[in-house]
Design a protein around this ligand. Structure first.
Ligand code: BES
Ligand code: MN
Ligand code: ZN
Length: 500
């Protein structure tokens, strides 16, 4: 696992050093100093590049003459237009990936001072470090490697030189990065290890940060009438849990509520899935992982917000106790559901969670995240999550927050037309729509039945929670998609400004 750190100390003269260059061959003070020391090697390296170096290029000079360095790396950070915070984070990710390919064990990034990137050097360093740590995440606990196997040369540490290591942005991003790593760990963990109970225990761990954690066990869930969640889990040997996490960092009349689908394994149940790719269904708890991580990030940095996270943790399995296609269940809301397909289990879990959250907490807004439908992946691929909302302001805020952090969402429709798709002959609604027609919207209108008048949004993250290829800010595997979006949304709109 890569460790990143902001440190205040003089520029090192040995080891691997990264200096920044900008648009059109501009040099940071550190790059200019190295250029003089090496008799102009930095400038020559950049001159050999089209346009003096394109944004995101990483140039490498081993054992540069005139220095005691092992490697001089020039990171080109410059576009004609101003760089966004996300650009800088992705640049940090690019740098880490290249340093890894160069098989460097550690490197130090010099300050960007002297280069006009539109952001103070401390912010540049904090964002490069954050992006680097997100990209440098690894889930390798089950790999046994021998120390002399040269595949084990890993980028272990990246230091970024700054004047003030403890600046507020750095602190916020460090908390966020740590929460993303924890959420990805939950996603990558196999389902024999990350049982619903194990996930609930991880949530309990947030109590150390001052989060109020309440674990509802199957007995308590039955007393409350959460029959839909229990029906999904009834075929599993593992008990189901609902966990309520509240971070009360401010006094608010109504909290913001985050709700997550936490199906720790989705075999499909009696409507069983095909074998090919079924192993990926350990990530069907990605919504719950994002909620867990958002609460963790907000609590770690003591965000001034009242936020409640509710996750439904269960496993959709096949057994003599499993629910059958055609079963009818009475949800906590009293709405009866015909279970036509046991593989449409996420909406059953969320039905009770949304109703419970709305009734108990009367939230100002409620946002659910769920790996809900394959249809959403067909519609949007892996580029955007599906956004459904009954409230324009909430939809706009989520869209903007997603844009800012690179977790983009695209609005898809709700509406009466789709509500017809889930009419049942024998119950109030059924859990599937019409074959091959607007499956993501059918799932969303199903959920809408359980949210009443609360401003609500649903993010279908089926296509974005997991990646089969490396992304700028995430190696392949669990991405924790939605976590950084939620943290940004809270910071922009739900945090009471300090001192107010
Ligand atoms: N967890 C799946 C959806 C999913 C598919 C997530 C692919 C990530 C990648 C969900 O529980 C499911 O099985 N949905 C069914 C619903 C259908 C039976 C109405 C689907 O999408 O096929
Ligand atoms: Mn399913
Ligand atoms: Zn599922």
């Amino acid at each position: 696992m890569l460790e990143t750190a902001l440190v205040s100390r003089p520029m090192p003269t040995t080891g691997a050093l990264v200096v920044l260059a900008g648009h059109g061959g501009a040099l940071s003070e550190a790059a200019a100093r190295l250029d003089r020391q090496t008799g102009g090697l930095v400038a020559r390296l950049l001159a050999a590049e089209p346009g003096g170096g394109k944004h995101g290029r990483v140039l490498h000079l081993p054992y540069p003459a005139g220095t005691d360095l092992d490697a001089l790396v020039v990171l080109v950070a410059g576009k004609a237009e101003p760089l966004s915070g996300l650009d800088l984070e992705e640049l940090g990710g690019t740098l880490v990936e290249r340093l890894r390919q160069l098989r460097l064990r550690e490197a130090v990034v010099a300050s960007s001072a002297g280069l006009d990137l539109g952001h103070a050097p401390a912010e540049v360093a904090a964002r490069l470090a954050h992006g680097g740590s997100l990209r440098g995440y690894a889930f390798d606990k089950y790999k046994s490697t021998s120390p002399d196997d040269d595949d084990t040369v890993r980028l272990a540490r990246l230091e970024l030189l700054v004047d003030e290591p403890g600046n507020p942005l750095a602190t916020r991003l460090a908390a966020l990065g740590e929460a993303v790593r924890a959420a990805r760990d939950l996603m990558n963990e196999p389902a024999n290890v990350l049982t619903p109970r194990a996930f609930a225990d991880a949530c309990q761990g947030l109590a150390e940060l001052g989060v109020e954690v309440e674990i509802l066990d199957p007995g308590e869930m039955a007393r409350l009438g959460m029959r839909a969640v229990l029906a999904v889990g009834q075929g599993s040997a593992e008990p189901s849990y609902v966990v309520v996490m509240r971070w009360k960092g401010a006094e608010a009349e109504q909290p913001l509520a985050l709700v997550g689908k936490g199906v720790c394994f989705d075999s499909g149940g009696i409507s069983i899935k095909p074998a090919g790719g079924m192993e990926d269904m350990k990530f069907d708890m990605g919504g719950a992982a994002a909620v867990y991580g958002a609460i963790r990030a907000l609590a770690s940095r003591k965000a001034a917000v009242d936020v409640v996270g509710v996750v439904g943790l269960t496993e959709n399995m096949v057994s003599g106790n499993a629910q059958r296609p055609g079963d009818v269940i009475r949800s906590m809301a009293g709405i009866t559901i015909e279970v036509v397909n046991t593989d449409a289990e996420g909406r059953l879990v969320l039905a009770d969670l949304l109703w419970y959250t709305k009734e108990r907490f009367k939230p100002s807004a409620m946002i659910d995240l769920a790996t809900l439908t394959g249809a959403c992946v067909v519609a949007l691929g892996h580029e955007n999550a599906g956004l459904f909302a009954n409230d324009e302001e909430l939809a706009a805020r989520l869209t903007a927050a997603g844009e800012a952090v690179g977790e983009t969402v695209w609005r898809l429709p709700l509406g009466k037309g789709y509500a017809k798709h889930i009419k049942s002959d024998i119950a109030d609604i059924k859990n599937v729509g019409r074959a091959r027609e607007a499956g993501a919207s059918a799932g969303a209108v199903f959920l809408e039945r359980f949210v009443g008048e609360v401003p609500w949004a649903h993010l279908d993250i089926a296509g974005t929670a997991w990646s089969s290829r490396d992304l700028p800010l995430s190696p392949k595997g669990g991405t924790a998609f939605g976590l950084r979006l939620l943290e940004r949304l809270v910071a922009d709109h739900y945090e009471v400004p300090s001192g107010a």
